[in-house]
Design a protein around this ligand. Structure first.
Ligand code: ATP
Ligand code: MG
Length: 457
């Protein structure tokens, strides 16, 4: 509550009416308000490091032509047009950016007037999406500042001036220094208010501002710190890293749907194994995966197995025929599910129910959508049957009729062969390799049917 008041633009006295504060608290708030004003003034006075065109490597050839069109049109109409975030970072690092985000001093209404293909989205802070052929979207945002919690509540549904900011406030509200760089289309220079260039050079991930404040405002920034360290193989600044250990529990308060989105990004990124290694090293696993995270923390073998499986997911992510979400998520939960299956006698147990109950009891912060959860459970139970068959030579081929059989077959191949065999049914291939003469009930029935038809003729 205290932070809410400190960050509010209203006077402390006004707030005191709402929350009835003690005199000591009031003094604290007043001095904090003063500090805040000083901080904002300091920030606004900050002179950026400017790197002119001849002294950096960003060329317009590396920028998406549609993003360039947007930048130029803003500039021609008298507005600032800066490329920002991941695009500037990735080009400087010699990588090709995933998306090109633009920031400007034009207000959303003004942006809309400039582009016929512009759609305004978002309720609290309006963003412009400029749509191009092939579903490409260039996101254009007006410079903003870190929103006050109170302002956000008040400004729902309206476009209020106090959410907009300046280039400097916009740079400081970003997550890590290497994501806070601007590329200015007016003179092709790089503008750095936050020390991002130095950190690119040092290969270091550093949160912008005080890590305690920034993680408390948005705990997902901890995930982003670890993500970028994993993707770029950068070290993490000491204060940025040590505050993850002291604030990781805040991840448990985040929206489960938002965490699921973040997880999806990483399972598709090609760097999930390095990220999970960092989750493990920073003790984040239980904060995201509840009891499964605790289990993986206490079982180094299971954790090592998970990392190996994610390495396969990562190497498949670049290929055209990527793995389905069901396959990826079944792999993610398999080391834990396998342990659970091994601890019960499957005879006389409804394994689907057992796994479903155990899943719900995990108390995870990440919310896996119900339908995906049901599919993971189905695939894991089929996998359990596949392993039983590998031990006994008896396989119930009727399982092939189950919706998730082929996902399970691919997961089986990844677990056993560290890759997907190039056949329709990798499990059957591996099973028949081990038991060439085993027929299996499903096949026997089909065989009998065929002979009966043959006799009739
Ligand atoms: P990617 O290559 O995954 O797209 P990115 O850094 O561009 O990486 P985005 O999620 O596209 O990530 O975000 C765009 C930019 O928005 C970031 O570079 C960063 O400046 C800012 N940003 C995103 N999330 C946050 C956050 N939680 N807090 C502060 N700034 C953020
Ligand atoms: Mg991006």
């Amino acid at each position: 509550m205290l932070t809410t008041i400190i960050r509010s633009g209203r006077s402390a006295l006004e707030d005191a009416k709402v929350w009835t504060l003690s005199a000591g608290q009031m003094n604290h708030i007043e001095s904090a308000n003063k500090k805040m004003t000083v901080k904002i003034e300091k920030m606004e006075n900050k002179q950026p490091v400017k790197v002119e065109r001849p002294d950096h490597t960003i060329s317009r050839k590396q920028i998406d032509p549609d993003a360039l069109k947007v930048l130029y049109r803003l500039y021609r109409h008298g507005f600032k047009g800066y490329l920002v975030g991941g695009a500037v970072r990735d080009i400087l690092l010699g990588k090709s950016p995933k998306d090109f985000d633009v920031v400007t001093d034009a207000r959303p209404g003004q942006i809309k007037k400039l582009f016929a293909n512009c759609f305004l989205i978002g309720r609290r802070f309006r963003l412009a999406h400029i749509r191009f052929k092939g579903g490409k979207i260039i996101e254009v945002a007006t410079f903003r500042k870190e929103p006050d919690e109170n302002e956000e509540i008040e400004s729902e549904g309206t476009e209020r001036n106090n959410t907009f900011g300046t280039p400097v406030s916009d740079a400081f509200r970003r997550d890590i220094t290497i994501n806070g760089l601007f590329y200015d289309i007016s003179n092709f220079s790089i503008i750095d208010f936050v020390g991002g260039l130095k950190d690119i050079d040092r290969e270091r991930i550093c949160i912008i501002g005080d890590p305690h404040e920034r993680y408390t405002e948005d705990p997902v920034r901890m995930w982003r710190v670890l993500r970028h360290a994993a993707r770029l193989n950068f070290s993490i600044d000491e204060a940025t890293a040590s505050a993850v250990a002291s604030h990781r529990h805040l991840l448990m308060q985040c929206s489960g749907a938002r965490l699921f989105e973040e997880l999806n990004k990483d399972l598709n990124s090609g760097f999930s194994s390095s990220l999970f290694q960092l989750f493990h090293d920073f003790g984040v696993m239980p904060c995201l995966f509840g009891k499964m995270g605790e289990f993986l923390e206490e079982s180094p073998d299971a954790m090592a197995r998970l990392i190996e499986l994610l390495q396969v997911v990562d190497s498949a992510s670049g290929s055209q025929k990527g793995l389905s979400p069901e396959v990826k998520y079944t792999l993610l939960f398999w080391p834990w599910a396998e342990y659970l299956f091994a601890s019960v006698d499957s005879r006389g147990h409804d394994m689907v129910k057992l796994l479903n109950d155990a899943f719900l009891a995990l108390d995870m912060s990440i919310v896996i959508p119900k339908s995906l959860r049901a599919n993971i459970i189905q695939a894991a139970c089929i996998l359990d049957r596949m392993y039983a068959a590998m031990g006994t030579s008896r396989m119930r081929w009727s399982l092939k009729k189950r919706a998730r059989y082929f996902d399970a077959s691919i997961v089986f191949s990844i677990i056993e062969k560290a890759g997907v065999l190039p056949v329709k049914d990798p499990f059957e291939e591996i099973f028949r390799e081990k038991y060439p003469s085993a027929a299996g009930r499903y096949q026997r029935r089909r065989f009998r049917k065929k002979t009966r038809t043959a006799q009739k003729v």
